[in-house]
Design a binder for this molecule. Structure first.
Ligand code: BES
Ligand code: MN
Ligand code: MN
Length: 463
């Protein structure tokens, strides 16, 4: 039987060229100007799934962007792995900070990726990682080594809150029935320290609007006598954290799951170097909630952050004006047990209550989702652990991530199965940022590791 390593070595140039073709499609779900490209990407994924060996592929329409579905069912009595990924990408801006154009993929060497990394929007998040599964399927079908059934569900709205996938999952429970969900849309600690993501944070995303006078005013004639919505908004935002960087929204921490001393000690064993962390970001100090380490602040603790703030005059030169309105976009990352709808409600109530007389405040909920955890004694986790042992020669470290894939908790609720998060990206891959990239080594290692997961999961399911 041909090994995955061998097959990959022979075909890697073609694998990369195929991925490049997908990366050239600017499938930006947030921007309606790219609607045709988003749909083009969906069709390309469907075609690639067919070529890789799916017996049935389909473009499933939703109220939003379509979901690409594919399957290869070899025996009803064998387990079924459902692969989830997304073909949409974040907007590439600010464009001038890209060294090479975002949708013209190229391979360039970096310190961390001496064998080269693929630079393009979506290379790591998530086209490159999703495509590892397509090529792993190709290997398994072309060499007659697919040990179980496989289904694919690749969506096009992940970067805008997965609005339609809940709708789709609810209506297609039978079609999506599976024994385990497999996702590569996260990262790992480093090439030397493979890790499996065991947790994702939840999210509540809101927009706030503060309104003062009914029109923009001359800041000399009115300044000092009426509430300035920007002054007020910044004051309100500043009050959302106390001197220890705890969030001040009443009830915010009520349901937060506190980790035991043992669990925190275990977490602290994972390799983490604060000096390297600061250096990579060009900062002279870290900042965050008192009583927690940087790793904890960015994974097991909830947060509240302003993502954008605007209002008044921001053009060239100076304009003396008291704006009528001020706005901000705020995200709260949540941890297991916190309910995002409840948190959104608590935030809304609190934010409205702290508004002084002279302004009105509106809080508009955007989207959200629950946090997620995979227990490390789950058979899916155990199978993944073995797969990494096979290909990295090391036991992977379980790691809770700070990022969110809100749909994962919903899969668990609706489809009653756990998700295994086998991510191969690195923190330095700059996802959502200019110069996003994905190591060629990581891409190929992912393709190699996935079939081992299929093998172990099928074997362990028999017992
Ligand atoms: N793939 C990321 C999430 C991620 C990245 C999790 C790295 C863990 C490690 C995903 O595409 C993403 O960007 N999610 C959004 C949430 C969504 C609702 C826009 C996020 O985390 O901001
Ligand atoms: Mn992603
Ligand atoms: Mn993303």
């Amino acid at each position: 039987m041909e090994s995955a390593k061998n097959y990959i070595e022979k075909n890697k140039d073609r694998f990369l060229e195929e991925l490049f073709e997908l990366l050239r499609i600017p499938s930006i779900s947030a921007d309606s100007a790219y609607k045709e490209d988003v749909i083009k990407a969906a069709n390309a994924v469907k075609d690639r799934l067919k070529e890789a060996g799916c017996d049935h592929t389909e473009i499933c329409e939703t109220p939003g962007y379509p979901i690409v579905y594919g399957e290869k069912i070899i025996d009803e009595n064998l387990p079924t792995v459902l692969v989830y990924g997304h073909y949409d990408v974040q907007p590439p801006d600010p464009l001038d900070l890209w060294d090479t154009p975002a949708f013209e993929p190229v391979i360039k060497k970096t310190d961390i990726h001496p064998e080269g990394a693929i630079f393009a929007r979506g290379s790591c998040d998530d086209k490159g990682q999703m495509y590892m599964h397509v090529k792993a399927l190709e290997y398994m079908t072309k060499t007659n080594q697919l040990p179980c059934n496989v289904k694919f569900m690749i969506e096009g709205e992940e970067e805008v809150g997965s609005v339609s996938i809940g709708w789709f999952v609810e209506r297609n429970k039978e079609k999506l029935k599976n024994d385990i969900i497999l996702i590569s849309d996260t990262g790992m600690i480093s090439k030397e320290h493979p890790s499996i993501t065991t947790g994702l944070r939840g999210l509540s995303y809101v927009e706030v609007e503060v309104t003062g006078p009914n029109r923009d005013l001359h800041s000399g004639l009115y300044g000092g006598a009426v509430a300035n919505p920007i002054n007020i908004l910044t004051k309100m935002i500043a009050s959302l954290h106390d001197e220890n960087n705890h969030i001040t929204v009443p009830g915010f921490y009520d349901d937060v799951e506190e980790l035991s001393k043992e669990e925190r000690e275990k977490m602290a064993e994972a390799p983490f170097n604060l000096e390297d962390y600061k250096k990579a970001l060009d900062i002279d100090a870290v900042y965050g909630e008192k009583g927690y380490t940087t790793d904890e602040r960015a994974s097991i603790r909830p947060t509240l952050d302003v993502n954008g703030i605007w209002g008044g005059y921001t053009g060239e030169g100076a304009k003396t004006v008291i704006p009528s309105k001020a706005y901000a976009k705020i995200s709260m990352r949540l941890v297991p047990n916190q309910n995002w709808e409840k948190i959104t409600e608590l935030f809304k109530k609190h934010f409205e209550s702290i508004a002084p007389k002279g302004v009105t405040v509106e809080v508009k909920p955007h989207h959200g989702g629950q946090a997620y955890v995979t227990p490390i004694d789950h058979i899916g986790y155990k199978a993944a652990e073995k797969a990494y042992e096979d290909t990295f020669g090391k036991t992977p470290i379980p790691q809770r991530s700070g990022g969110s894939i809100p749909i994962v908790a919903l899969f668990e609720e609706e489809l009653e199965s756990k998700a295994i998060l086998m991510g191969f990206g690195l923190a330095s891959d700059a996802i959502h940022s200019p110069n996003e990239h994905f190591g060629v080594w990581n891409f190929l290692k992912g393709i190699e590791t996935i079939p081992h997961f299929f093998q172990h999961f099928t074997e362990m399911s028999k017992k």
